[in-house]
Design a binder for this molecule. Structure first.
Ligand SMILES: Cc1ncc(COP(=O)(O)O)c(C=O)c1O
Length: 397
């Protein structure tokens, strides 16, 4: 007779199958059981045909991966513990000693730091290129170039590049392109099919931390492709580096993903309204929002995103040079609804002042502004309240 403590663990009860509810079931596992040794030996961890170990996928992670593929128009997806980890996964899957990676000067900063840190330590070089000048990228492609990053819009300064031209230059040389698609989120444009041409990036990375999560409470990244060969290489690196993610976070993502388009649209509408309003203010020298005329790359945004008429809820402003950096800091401190904090895509509006002089390489493209830049991530608050908050902080200047 078995003792109750054993039956507590090896309990015979199996709930009836075919439970249906709005949210999919949540399966938490490191260990996965096999029916017998033959099944254990036959199992191929590289496919979604079954389960091997928690790190290689569960019904819950597979479900999120498939839904993200649907969003971005890809066929294969891998999840990583953060957006930056997803970026690192791409680098480690495709670069080895002696290779070179090209990265836009206005790329997400920590991607550049990864290049000058770990990748340099492994003997992988990187070069920055001017995202707004496809000829600069084309001139820097060499036999050593094995990966090119593209990003639209550029981080913080929001320039919208000619993505089809950048990707086209790489394709002509057979170089893999990886798009940081966090801004577009699979909604503003199709990352694998620019304007219905069937041409797009080879790999799309998203920080799911932003719009797919939408809560400011989850860190996760995705790496999506349409190319089985690229996916295989990524899957091998993913396994070897042991990138696991908390299933509770996957559950949160599955809960928020269905509302992503509504939220993205709401962030976009409020951001455009505030950006347009700030454009008319004497305190502001330049508004940087790709959907606004006069913003760098607006024509590129129009060509790629005109059909969706979508943009993320992010924009930056450059203050008139008569305001010192300290005054602009005080403006940020004076905001009451906009909170000081990194990241974007959550319900609460955020603000960060940046010193662009420290972030851009003067040898790539000259930053034309003298005033201090402030980046806003517009949340889901009422837009009139947000405008009033900006107005009172501007008045205090
Ligand atoms: C454009 C972009 N890509 C990637 C990331 C990295 O995402 P995570 O914070 O999940 O590492 C961020 C985060 O701010 C980002 O802005």
């Amino acid at each position: 007779m078995r003792k109750p403590i054993t039956d507590l663990i090896h309990h015979p009860y199996v709930p009836p199958a075919k439970f249906a509810a709005p949210q999919p079931g949540v399966f938490k596992a490191s260990t996965v059981f096999f029916a017998d040794v033959a099944a254990m030996r036959a199992r191929d961890w590289k496919t979604k045909a079954g389960y091997t170990y928690g790190l290689h996928g569960t019904p819950t992670t597979f479900t999120l991966e498939e839904r993200l593929c649907a969003l971005e128009g890809g066929t294969e997806c891998l999840l990583a513990p953060s957006g930056l980890a997803a970026i690192a996964l791409v680098a480690f899957a495709f670069l080895k000693t002696g290779d070179e990676v090209l990265i836009p000067d206005n790329a997400y900063g920590p991607n550049k730091a990864l290049c000058s840190g770990e990748l340099a330590n492994f003997g992988i070089t990187h070069r920055l290129y001017d995202a707004m000048n496809p000829a600069d990228l084309a001139a820097k492609l060499s036999d050593r170039t094995k990966l090119v990053w593209v990003e639209a819009a550029g981080s913080v300064t929001m320039e919208f590049p000619d993505l089809p031209a950048l990707v086209g230059a790489c394709r002509a040389r057979g170089v893999i392109t990886a798009l940081d698609n966090t801004w577009g989120a699979g909604l503003a444009f199709a990352p694998f099919d620019f304007n219905g041409t069937g041409q797009g990036a080879d790999i799309s990375v998203q920080a799911l931390t932003k719009y797919p999560s939408g809560g400011g409470d989850v860190l996760m990244g995705s790496v999506i492709t349409r190319d089985e060969r690229l996916h295989r290489a990524l899957k091998l690196s993913h396994m070897r580096m042991g990138f696991g993610i908390g299933i509770g976070d996957v559950e949160t993502l599955l809960r928020s993903l269905p509302s992503i388009a509504l939220r993205y649209h709401a962030h976009d509408r409020s951001a455009r309204e505030l950006a347009t309003w700030l454009d008319g203010r004497a305190e502001i020298a330049q508004v940087l929002h790709p959907a606004l005329e006069g913003s760098p790359g607006h024509a590129n945004w129009l060509r790629l995103c005109g059909a969706s008429d979508m943009a993320a809820g992010l924009f930056s402003v450059v203050f008139d040079a008569r305001y010192s950096a300290e005054q602009v800091d005080r403006f940020c401190d004076g905001l009451k609804l906009f909170r000081l904090g990194y990241s974007w895509g959550g319900p609460i509006s955020l603000v960060v002042p940046y010193d662009i002089g420290l972030m851009r390489d003067p040898g790539i493209a000259r930053w034309p502004h003298k005033g201090t830049l402030v980046r806003f991530s517009v949340g889901l608050e009422d837009v009139d309240d947000l405008r009033a908050d900006l107005e009172q902080a501007l008045a205090a200047l």
